[in-house]
Structures are given as C-alpha cells and as structure tokens.
Design a protein around this ligand. Structure first.
Ligand code: 659
Ligand code: MG
Length: 214
C-alpha cells in the first residue's frame, strides 16, 4: 500500500540528513516540505521565532503538545541546556513512531520524553508520573480547539509558575480565536503576537507568546 506523508518525510531525513546533526534534520524536513510535499511543521520562518524564544527562556523543563513528526521537537531539544528535558505528547501512534525515529536521527533522544497519549489524560499526571514540578516553557501546536482547555488544565494542575512562557503556533491560520481572546484578556498573562507566515507559504500566520504572571 502507498506510504504516508510522514513516512516519506522520515525517508527524506534518513536520505539527506546526517545522524546526530539536528540542523541537517531540520533542513532536510524543510526542503522536503518546500519542494516535495507540504506538511504542518512549524517550519523555518516561524521556527526562527521559536528558536529565539527557547534560547531566551533556556528551559530546564519544557512541554510540547502535538509532536506530529518531531520537527519542532528537534528544533526545541537542540537548544536545551545539558540536563534539561522536553516532554512531548502525541496521541496518534503512527505519528509518534515517525517522530521517535526523527528525534533519534537527530541524536536528541536523551533530552526528549515522547509520550504517546492525549494531553487531557497526561497533563494531570505530569507531577506524579514524570516528577515535573512546573514547566519553564510550553509549545502549543496540537488541535487548535484544544489550546484553551489545555492551558486552563495546565493552570489547574499547578504546572505553571511566575515567568512560564507559553508559545502558541497557528493563532491566525488555522486560528485559535477562543484561546487568543482568553489569553490576551487574562490578567494572569502578558501576551505578544509575533507576526510571520504559515509554514512554507505566503499566507499570514503567527505565534502568540504569553508569560504567566500568576
Ligand atoms: C487533544 N490532545 C492531543 N494530545 C496529543 N496529541 C494531539 C492532541 N491533539 C492533536 N494531537 C496531535 O497533534 C498533531 C496535530 C496538529 C494539529 N495542527 C494543525 O492542525 C495545523 C494545521 C495547519 C494548516 C494550516 C493551513 C491549512 F490550509 C492546513 C493546515 C498548520 C499548522 O501549523 C498546524 O499545526 C497531530 F496531528 C495530532 O495527532
Ligand atoms: Mg502548527
């Protein structure tokens, strides 16, 4: 049977990227998505904004919701300080299997804990199951109608601290209107919009960076 797009993306990584070289994995995926088949990775343009926020926060404990094929997982994990950890949640087993191999090809498996499961089930278990106190950095890139319920769940589970940075992809395209309305009007967050473009296209999109102030 015909291969899937994530499988073809992984093949492109194994063919064009060097084992243990995260930058070559990132550029192999970007080349594949620009010249062969579009895919919903955060991409290179929004990726540089993601990089600058991760570098500024320098998180010891990071969370990603929506691993997909692991592109942003690699972008984040490559910038983490030694001993830091990135927990990434993905509930589609096929995507998780691809992402695991992409993360391994980049040589970042020691920094990343890929959890195959739903954010709604696992966020309440972060403390007792993963020994997480609070997250320093959170990247939201899963179903767009789940950003709002999940940020509220993260608050309720005491997983945010004063200064936690939440970065949300796709706040314009496909858009996360209820999340934006909440986070921009909540006294508990200081929010800024970073205007960019939908990955590999000229359409507008952007990232919303929100700092939890407690
Ligand atoms: C709900 N809890 C979840 N827990 C664990 N994994 C999850 C959960 N929910 C989803 N997943 C997992 O997270 C991923 C979901 C990513 C969704 N992303 C997008 O839809 C998305 C869409 C576009 C887009 C823009 C324009 C256009 F014309 C077509 C597409 C661009 C983007 O950058 C996106 O991120 C994965 F697929 C799913 O299994
Ligand atoms: Mg996205």
């Amino acid at each position: 049977t015909r291969s899937t797009r994530p499988q073809r993306m992984l093949k492109a990584v194994q063919k064009n990227a060097t084992r243990g070289d995260p930058l070559s994995v990132i550029s192999a995926i970007d080349r594949f998505c620009r010249h062969s088949e579009w895919a919903m990775n955060v991409g290179d343009e929004k990726g540089t904004i993601l990089d600058s926020v991760v570098s500024e926060v320098n998180p010891a404990m990071a969370l990603e919701l929506g691993t997909y094929c692991g592109y942003s997982t690699v972008r984040i994990a490559r910038l983490l300080p030694p001993g830091a950890r990135l927990v990434t949640l993905e509930f589609n087993g096929d995507y998780a299997a691809i992402a695991r191999q992409v993360i391994e090809w980049a040589g970042l498996e020691d920094m990343v804990q890929l959890v195959e499961g739903a954010s709604g089930d696992w966020i309440p278990r972060m403390k007792e199951h993963f020994g997480v106190k609070t997250f320093d950095f959170i990247f939201l890139d899963h179903w767009k109608d789940r950003y709002l319920p999940d940020i509220k769940l993260l608050e309720e589970c005491g997983l945010l601290r004063k200064g936690t940075v939440v970065l949300a992809d796709n706040v314009i395209c496909p858009g996360t209107p209820d999340y934006l309305e909440y986070i921009r009007n909540s006294p508990s967050y200081e929010s800024n919009y970073f205007r960019s473009h939908l990955e590999y296209t000229k359409a507008e999109d952007g990232l919303e960076k929100s700092v939890y102030v407690g």
